[in-house]
Design a protein around this ligand. Structure first.
Ligand SMILES: Cc1ncc(COP(=O)(O)OP(=O)(O)O)c(N)n1
Ligand SMILES: Cc1ncsc1CCOP(=O)(O)O
Ligand SMILES: [Mg+2]
Length: 198
């Protein structure tokens, strides 16, 4: 699970086209991240389509925030952060076998999340991003390293990740990087995704 694509469901974006490009380029994990304006029905239908695409290639499909949709669609797991269900509650809902990601920006939060049942940590924003508003300052590769050294689960660096800068994050101990804009905002999403797999 070294390359995660997180879907972009903002108006004007085409998440299915971006997911297809990322899968073709070799991304291992797709996280369906429905924006707030997306209804549960739409999020469910998007997840079913993405899951079918992942299943064909043996890749992993996760759902951000909306764990009932992860369960209903039969996805591999979900991801929660500070404004979502607590990690322990999310684990109870998803069950022991599911993949459960949790957001952590510092070692203390990271250790707590792992103790509560997280199977990987989403860590960031690694670099400045315009994709999500209201985030704290970027923690940089050194912030990612601090979390990676504190836990024994995979760390997934997120936020402002480009193909050019992914190497710094792997070098800092990130097991994987998660990407939104660098692929979904590209004129040619497949070419952009291939930059990562190269
Ligand atoms: C891999 C990964 N890491 C972090 C996040 C962010 O989750 P969260 O803090 O709950 O913010 P939202 O994505 O829900 O806006 C993530 N989605 N994936
Ligand atoms: C959801 C989220 N959580 C922290 S940064 C981020 C958005 C990352 O998007 P991008 O890859 O376009 O910077
Ligand atoms: Mg969330």
């Amino acid at each position: 699970m070294r390359l995660h694509l997180v879907t972009d469901t903002r108006p004007g974006k085409n998440p299915i086209e971006t997911v297809a490009a990322a899968l073709k380029a070799g991304f291992d994990v797709i996280q369906v991240r429905p924006e707030d304006h997306v209804t549960d029905r739409e999020a469910y239908e998007l997840t079913r389509r993405v899951l079918a695409m992942c299943r064909e290639l043996g890749r992993t499909c996760l759902v951000n925030d909306r764990l009932h949709i992860a369960l209903a669609a039969g996805a591999d797991g979900g991801h929660v952060g500070a404004d979502d269900l607590p990690v322990a509650a999310a684990r109870r809902i998803l069950g022991p076998g599911a993949i459960l990601g949790a957001t952590a920006r510092d070692p203390q939060t990271a250790r707590r999340a792992v103790a509560d049942g997280a199977s990987y940590l989403g860590v960031g924003p690694a670099f400045a991003t315009t994709t999500k508003a209201g985030l704290p300052a970027a923690i940089g590769p050194e912030g990612v390293r601090a979390v990676a050294e504190a836990v024994d689960v995979p760390v997934v660096a997120i936020g402002g990740v480009t193909a050019a800068r992914a190497g710094e994050l792997y070098a800092a101990g990130a097991h994987a990087v998660a990407v939104v804009g660098a692929v979904s905002g590209a004129e040619d999403p497949y070419a952009a995704a291939m930059e990562f797999t190269r």
